[in-house]
Design a protein around this ligand. Structure first.
Ligand code: AMP
Length: 290
């Protein structure tokens, strides 16, 4: 009978991460890093899978970062289950799981933040003030603690990946950023730790996010170049789902995240919507026909 793989070792303190990774670095091993907030699902695991294939050592962090949640957001109720996460990670041969307490990352007297300008102005940045400051700060700290050669992020949080690329570039952080495809459930709903909040009825309604992205893709693939027309049709779909409250839809330049005036090259369609009390985001990169 096949024995169950061992759980990965959990490290709670910064100094211990450094102590454990130092010999690997000295041996010239390529260290890959996957930062997460836990409540792991197949989206996270796809990043761990790619990381473990491409790197000699794989480090995963599990930290629900308080500074990226607004005062009325779901920090308190965000799902946490370290034991289950470790069991999910076991088959991937993860070398180290860094799961610090909040005080380890934000000790008393903490007062230095990383603020990326420009790409944080719209979309998630506008809807969730302070969110990207929290993300940029914690990811920078994690990069300095783990000092990976390469770090893996999901396309699912597209704006976040653009923000992190900017931070790494602006601050000369020596890490390669890899952005991996969004993993979806069979019916198209993007995996998210927040899907756990949805009732069965809401889960069904939530499909409109993916449907609206597919609609945008169909329209653009059939030659539609006017973003206003595409956005209007997407919004119309939400009108037919009164249980879903649209926050924003956008058709943006993949690098600047600014709305495009005309669809003549690749765009990213971005959506955010409330399904009941749960806020979901999704996106799709779309290439117009030649
Ligand atoms: P989180 O735990 O939500 O902070 O996400 C940790 C990482 O997993 C981020 O880089 C996310 O973009 C990525 N991620 C989350 N959901 C998915 C998904 N459905 N497919 C691919 N990557 C994902």
């Amino acid at each position: 009978m096949a024995s169950r793989p061992d759980l990965p070792p959990v490290v709670r303190h910064v100094e211990e991460v450094r102590r454990q990774l130092e010999p690997l670095r000295a041996q010239g091993e390529r260290i890959g890093f996957v930062p997460t907030m836990g409540a792991l699902h197949p989206g996270h695991l796809s990043l761990v899978d790619v990381c473990s294939r491409e790197c000699d050592a794989t480090v995963v962090s599990i930290f629900v970062n308080p500074t990226q949640f607004g005062p009325n957001e779901d920090y308190e109720k965000y799902p946490r289950n370290l034991q289950k996460d470790l069991e999910l990670l076991a088959p991937y041969g993860v070398d180290l799981v860094f799961a610090p307490e909040v005080e380890e990352i934000y000790p008393p007297g903490f007062g230095t933040y990383v603020e990326a300008q420009g790409v944080t102005e719209h979309w998630e940045g506008r809807s969730r003030p302070g969110h990207f400051r929290g993300v940029a700060t914690v990811v920078t700290k994690l990069f300095l603690i783990v000092q990976p050669h390469v770090a893996y992020f999901g396309h699912k949080d597209y704006q976040q990946s653009v923000v992190i690329r900017q931070v790494v570039r602006d601050l000369n952080i020596p890490v390669e950023i890899r952005v991996c495809p969004t993993v979806r459930e069979e019916d198209g709903l993007a995996w998210s730790s927040r899907n756990a909040y949805l009732s069965p009825e809401e889960r069904q309604q939530a499909l409109v996010l993916w449907q609206s992205l597919q609609l945008a893709q169909q329209l653009i693939h059939s030659g539609q170049q006017d973003p206003r027309t595409v956005l209007a049709q997407m919004k119309h779909l939400y009108d037919q789902h009164p249980a879903v409250r649209l926050d924003y839809v956008g058709l943006v330049d993949p690098d600047t995240l600014l709305p495009v005036e005309r669809i003549t090259g690749p765009v990213v369609a971005l959506v955010a919507a409330w399904v009941g009390q749960t806020r979901l985001i999704d996106n799709l990169r779309i290439e117009p026909p030649h």
